[in-house]
Design a protein around this ligand. Structure first.
Ligand code: DGY
Length: 331
């Protein structure tokens, strides 16, 4: 009997391809080409499963053009590349890759916060450019992390990981704003207190964004929000591009209405607002918060296990629209 056909839309670990090949006839993009929507549709013809990485848009138009598709497994916790409602309507299962990247991403959020507050990138560029000729009493003076107020917008698992690092490791006073309040035990573990968005913006010395991207969170941090922040504050975005209005942020950084920003995600990435490259008080990284080899392997294996589980046993590990699993006739 021939094996079901799947597509792996981006280059991935050979060991994950080998695992998938035990169950499926795998077409893979090991050349790591960036496909247009039309090219993705063409590649998906006859495929029942897709292994995606967050950059491939799965929407109603694609679903109509790919009637054989049964599951798209994202190798990312974020899934704003999926139109989950359209997938549910089309009977296509959506899965993401939560949990396995929580601690690695929280580590990175904290690293970016420290690099930004202590002006590490800016001072390194200065040194590399041969400009360091003498010590100065206020040279690259930044802001303290220990004992300061850490604000977190979006208090899911990664937000909680950052809160714990701040509270327990650096004695920070942690405040957060979220759609819903954490239970008392989790709040105690994170030493975190729920506040309004306005209080968060006005009070935080360091504000970390960890909320999912949606139409509701688009430009959650724009000119009005930046104006509420302290002139000494730092802003860190490890969530998704589009949550911050990057043009408004450039304006705030240039005018020093906030002190600095650390960005791992950008509107329209991998392109970014070119003005960001002209402001010194911003640390820029290319969407690498989850990028350690063990974590990226765990994410890839989870996506693969979702494909194998669903297509061979009707079971998915991390479904986003579990109703699709329930409606599918047993194999
Ligand atoms: C995620 O998993 O959502 C990270 O942003 C990596 O893409």
């Amino acid at each position: 009997m021939s094996k079901p056909k799947i597509l792996v839309a981006r280059a991935i670990f050979p060991e994950v391809l080998a695992k998938l090949s035990q169950h499926f006839e795998v077409s893979s993009n090991q050349a790591d080409e960036l496909w247009s929507p039309a090219q993705l549709i063409a590649q998906l013809q006859g495929k029942v499963g897709a292994f995606t990485t967050g950059g491939e848009r799965i929407d109603a138009a694609l679903l109509v053009a790919c009637p054989d598709l049964k599951i798209c497994a994202n190798m990312a916790v974020g899934y704003n590349n999926f139109d989950v409602d359209a997938m549910t309507a089309a009977g296509v299962l959506a899965t993401n890759a939560p949990d396995v990247l929580t601690e690695t991403t929280a580590d990175f959020g904290f690293a970016l916060l420290m690099a930004t507050a202590r002006r590490m990138a800016e001072s390194e560029h200065f040194l590399r450019a041969g400009k360091w000729t003498k010590w100065g009493f206020d040279m690259f003076a930044g802001s303290d992390i220990h004992g300061s107020t850490l604000g977190i917008l979006g208090m899911g698992r990664i937000g909680q990981g950052i809160a714990k690092r701040g509270a327990h490791g650096f004695g920070m006073n942690v405040i957060y704003h979220n759609r819903s309040q954490l239970d008392a035990a989790t709040e105690a573990e994170c030493k975190a207190r729920l506040v309004s968005k306005e209080e968060l913006l006005k009070t935080a010395d360091h504000l970390v964004l960890v909320l999912p991207y949606s139409a509701q969170s688009h430009h959650a941090i724009g000119a009005a929000e930046l104006a509420l922040m302290k002139p000494t504050a730092t802003l860190i975005n490890i969530a998704r591009g589009g949550i911050v209005d990057d043009a408004a942020l450039v304006h705030a950084l240039r005018n020093k209405t906030i002190a600095a920003a650390g960005l791992d995600v950008f509107e329209g990435e991998p392109k970014l607002n070119p003005d960001l490259l002209t402001v010194p008080n911003v640390v820029l990284t290319p969407h690498i918060a989850s990028a350690t080899i063990p974590t990226r392997k765990a994410m890839a294996h989870l996506a693969a296990d979702n494909l194998i589980g669903y297509l061979t046993q009707n079971k998915a590990l991390t479904p986003l629209n579990p109703a699709v699993v329930a409606q599918r006739p047993s194999l």
